[in-house]
Write a protein that binds this ligand. Sequence first.
Ligand code: UDX
Length: 451
Amino acid sequence: MNLTVVGTGYVGLVSGTCFSEMGNNVTCIDVDKSKIEKLRKGIIPIFEPGLEAMVAKNVANNCLHFSTELKDGLKNADIVFIAVGTPMGEDGSADLQYVTSVAHQIGREMDHSVIVVDKSTVPVGTAEKVRDAIQEELDKRGVKIEFHVVSNPEFLKEGAAIEDFMKPDRVVIGAENEIAMKVMRDLYHPFTHSHDRIITMDIRSAEMTKYVANAMLATKISFMNEVANICELVGADVNKVRIGIGSDSRIGYSFIYPGSGYGGSCFPKDVKALKKIAQENNYEPELIKAVEEVNDRQKLVVAHKIIRRFGEDLSGKTFAVWGLAFKPGTDDMREAPAIYIIKELVKRGATIKAYDPKAMDESQHFYLKGVKGISYLNSKYACVPDADALILLTEWKEFRSPDFGELKEKMKLPIIFDGRNQYGVFNLEEKGFEYYQIGVKNVKNMIFNEH
Ligand code: UDX
């Protein structure tokens, strides 16, 4: 099929590339000229395992094209995907200006029947807005061209995006026209051929599914983080409780890892947007609001543990920070706990020596730009000499099993704050460390023991 994907962000670029890998002829469109020029040369704006090679291969095979002109993509398109950003507006709702502007453009440019697919995460009712925008432009032109709007939310995870797209758990398609539904099924069949993973429904339910999936996962995380904080108070070990409850297949082991709170581009934004959708419909979503509040608080738990250990004034203290990205496998720092924790520590006079395998550029040039007191080192061990403590914030594989002997030798004090509960199995206290993790009682340093 001939496909056009508008927007070369995370979702658009991965989707377009994977569709081309499956034998479709794909044109990816973006208004950003320099981005398109770079993509044509095979330079990928994000770090995503496997993406660069797949882009290069399909560009070379002439299946994947990049352009700044929607017209180029629309010429022979059977399907047009809208995959532009839906950033969080000032009031917490999803800002639809880019989606509707693309819809208007499609209406102005299209000259044959197409299927228009909402791939971006958009509030319930957006498909109707897209349909109206396209129709308005066709009416202005005085032409009659048939088109169908479909909702097809994307569930890929950063760091595993290619794998998720090529072998999806499910493909959700919301459509109200049988022909459009059939075309979408045919498009996705090669990705789901082992058994049918295509779930079809009406458009509004498909739009809602995306928000609910992310809000449900965020709820599991906030729930476990709250449980972790209670565990600390009552002297229980959340790592054991996690395994105890996960063994119930109705609960399951996934997404119940306590930590420093969820970050990234999706959970924070989508939880906020779902809250807003509910409130716009005169419903006060108490649980969803709590999920967000618990997460905001959780992001600073590690900082509070450090303050409790070293005092309010951290001047003269040096902390080694391992991990800046919001999770391993990505250079993305959007809403990363590291941003909040580091800002809190340097505000109190601390010096930070940080290392992350992928996110240091992002940190330096964007998320922690201009923040004084941080230096970036080129290896994990380079951060630790003279450190008063080591803080683990992202569970990259290379941090999972460090040489604790070397750490102890190099650090000023053998203290570790583990924001991802990675080192519990190493009996660090026996190795002479003072060790703090999330949701495990440490008599010296319980963060909620004042209440
Ligand atoms: C998420 C969804 O998983 C994906 O389906 C959707 O399309 C986009 O949002 P992503 O943002 O890439 O994907 O990250 P994910 O791997 O889901 O992790 C999100 C956050 O939750 C991370 O900050 C992670 O550290 C945190 N997390 C995850 C926990 O704190 N505990 C867990 O048990 C799992």
